[in-house]
Design a protein around this ligand. Structure first.
Ligand SMILES: O=C1O[C@H](COP(=O)(O)O)[C@@H](O)[C@H](O)[C@H]1O
Length: 242
């Protein structure tokens, strides 16, 4: 741990620093594969939830080559932009292009976007699809935006309070926010935090400053990643590289 590390201010934070993106992606792929393998050994089936955005592509490529019984693994997204997979904004398209290839092509993908006009119109259908997964997740991999959002928990978003309610029984929630672009559908906080292993994958000096700020006192509605950091049963593993 280095000088000035936020872990010094928050003894519960499990922060690992890597030299570069490649080293981080390798480590994350190994950790996630280990969590999935452990669940497969125990239950014979496992579910994994990953993030979209720009950050995870190298991690996806490395994880896709992991020697796992992928045919027994279901993959879904922690959140989705309400766009079809033909859109370059689709998190599902990203996962299909970079993760559900190679060995991992044998995995079953469960998209959150269901093709209807809005997340609200398709919420019940999407929730039925994810409720059939082998929950809790073996692993959840979260990203974080420069505004402190994670999954689709956007600062002051419409639907945010319901999505980050630690007591909600819902698995999914619709969220809307100007910064989100499209309407969103997101896993709520409880199923994400119930995972056997929760990882927060962040890269770059800017996001490190955002993490530092999120570790300070302040409302979760300003920086919703705080909900993850504060309510996790066990602190999430934060993987960071400059
Ligand atoms: O919109 C989203 O953004 C976050 C962060 O994305 P990045 O491009 O900064 O890596 C991502 O974790 C989330 O899944 C996605 O929907």
């Amino acid at each position: 741990m280095c000088e000035g590390d936020p872990a010094r201010r928050d003894p519960g934070l499990r922060l690992s620093t890597y030299a570069d993106r490649e080293a981080l992606a390798r480590a994350l792929a190994a950790h996630v594969a280990e969590a999935v393998r452990a669940r497969l050994a125990r239950d014979g089936a496992a579910a994994l939830a990953v993030s979209g955005g720009r950050t995870p592509t190298r991690f996806f490529a490395l994880l896709s080559e992991a020697p796992l019984e992928w045919g027994k693994v279901a993959v879904t997204l922690v959140d989705e932009r309400w766009v079809p997979e033909t859109s370059e904004r689709s998190n599902a398209a990203l996962a299909r292009a970079h993760l559900l290839v190679g060995r991992a092509a044998a995995a079953r993908f469960v998209p959150l976007y269901r093709g209807g006009p809005s997340p609200e119109s398709d919420l019940a259908d999407a929730e039925a699809a994810v409720a059939a997964l082998s929950l809790p997740f073996a692993a959840v991999v979260l990203g974080m935006g420069d505004d402190g959002h994670t999954a689709s928990f956007f600062p002051h978003g419409e639907g945010l309070a319901a999505a980050i309610d630690p007591g909600t029984q819902r698995l999914l929630a619709p969220v809307r926010a100007p910064a989100a672009g499209e309407p969103r559908i997101t896993f709520t906080l409880p199923p994400l935090l119930a995972a056997d292993a929760v990882f927060l994958h962040i890269e770059g000096a800017g996001k490190r400053r955002v993490l530092d700020a999120a570790l300070e006192d302040g409302p979760e509605t300003d920086m919703p990643v705080r909900a993850v950091l504060r309510h996790a049963r066990r602190p999430p593993d934060v993987l960071w590289c400059p």
